[in-house]
Design a protein around this ligand. Structure first.
Ligand code: 13P
Ligand code: SF4
Length: 305
């Protein structure tokens, strides 16, 4: 089947099923083209909560489909590819978090949405890379335990020095692997380029950046900027919308590949199968969903930065 036939089949099936297709920016381009809404983690949660469709087909990773199920228990949430997980989310286990909480009585737990529903259920509030500083500031306590991303926590700590942020040793392999000499060389070779980085990068990399933000933040900054050259330090999936929106500008990435193998597991065949079969369904059990919902809703009540 050619691309345009495939696209119309997907659109037809989605209509028949009353389904909305949500996709993260890190998915492959053909998934962007087939989706009704492409966004960052925060935007996708907000869209899942407000979209009236009966079915959500999620192209992203497992925790994102779980977040949609937490927010919309009355909807059928289908994951594009159940093999797409997030290694950073797996770096915080519920048992280990319970043990750490017992050592820190009265210290609230702020959890990145890149985490399982069980971990969210043990947390006081969630955040994404787009709202981490605002969420951290909103907490009354002077000390906060942040899971699972150590790099995001260090970034939040730099923006909110009045709090003491206790770290968890998690990280995103795709962003954490960037090495400083390579970025410095690239900057030297492209002295006019604006450097944009995701806060999942290590602090030494963020120090080299002119702008730090979520995937949506990076995309919007490229569009608004009057500069012509940009070095993009986040997963390569963002280049597809960025290049479409900015035909006259040039975008560079480091030689070290910035590819999330899990996001790339979202193939167009998986999307077609998900729409045909409405499987596999992601359903968070009520005893986990309700406490997890409290943490996610508390975050969503805070306006976007
Ligand atoms: P954002 O969508 O918050 O930019 O996060 C990137 C990410 O790693 C998603 O898994
Ligand atoms: Fe997880 Fe990193 Fe992939 Fe995002 S980019 S899904 S944090 S491994």
């Amino acid at each position: 089947m050619n691309d345009s036939n495939l696209k119309s089949l997907i659109a037809r099936r989605a209509k028949e099923r009353d389904a909305v297709i949500l996709a993260h920016y890190y998915c492959p381009p053909e998934i962007h083209d087939a989706a009704h809404f492409v966004g960052d983690s925060l935007g996708l949660s907000q869209e899942a909560a407000r979209n009236p469709a009966k079915v959500i087909v999620f192209c992203g990773v497992h925790f994102m489909a779980e977040t949609a199920s937490i927010l919309c228990p009355e909807k059928t949430v289908v994951i594009g590819n159940p093999e797409a997980g997030c290694p950073m989310a797996d770096m915080v286990e519920p048992d280990a978090l319970e043990k750490r909480k017992a050592e820190l009585p009265g210290v609230p737990v702020l959890t990145y949405v890149n985490s399982s529903a069980k971990v969210k259920a043990l947390s006081d509030i969630c955040c994404t890379s787009a709202n981490v500083a605002t969420v951290l500031r909103s907490l009354d306590s002077p000390r906060v335990l942040m899971t699972p991303d150590r790099n995001l926590a260090l970034y939040a700590q730099s923006l909110v020095p009045e709090k003491e942020v206790l770290l968890w040793p998690g990280f995103c392999p795709t962003h954490h692997r960037l090495n400083l000499p390579e970025i410095q060389e690239l900057k030297k070779a492209l002295p006019k380029a604006v450097v944009l980085a995701h806060p999942e990068c290590q602090p030494k990399i963020l120090k080299e950046a002119h702008f730090i933000g979520s995937t949506s933040g990076i995309i919007n900054h490229c569009k608004k900027s009057d500069q012509n050259e940009f070095i993009i330090l986040t997963e390569s999936g963002v280049l597809y919308p960025i290049q479409k929106q900015n035909p006259g500008k040039t975008f560079y990435q480091p030689q070290t590949p910035m590819i999330c193998p899990n996001m790339k597991k979202n193939r167009i065949e998986d999307l077609v199968r998900a729409l045909e079969t409405l499987e596999p369904v992601i359903k968070v059990p009520e005893e986990i969903r309700l406490p997890a919902l409290r943490a996610v809703e508390r975050m969503l009540a805070i306006p976007r930065d």
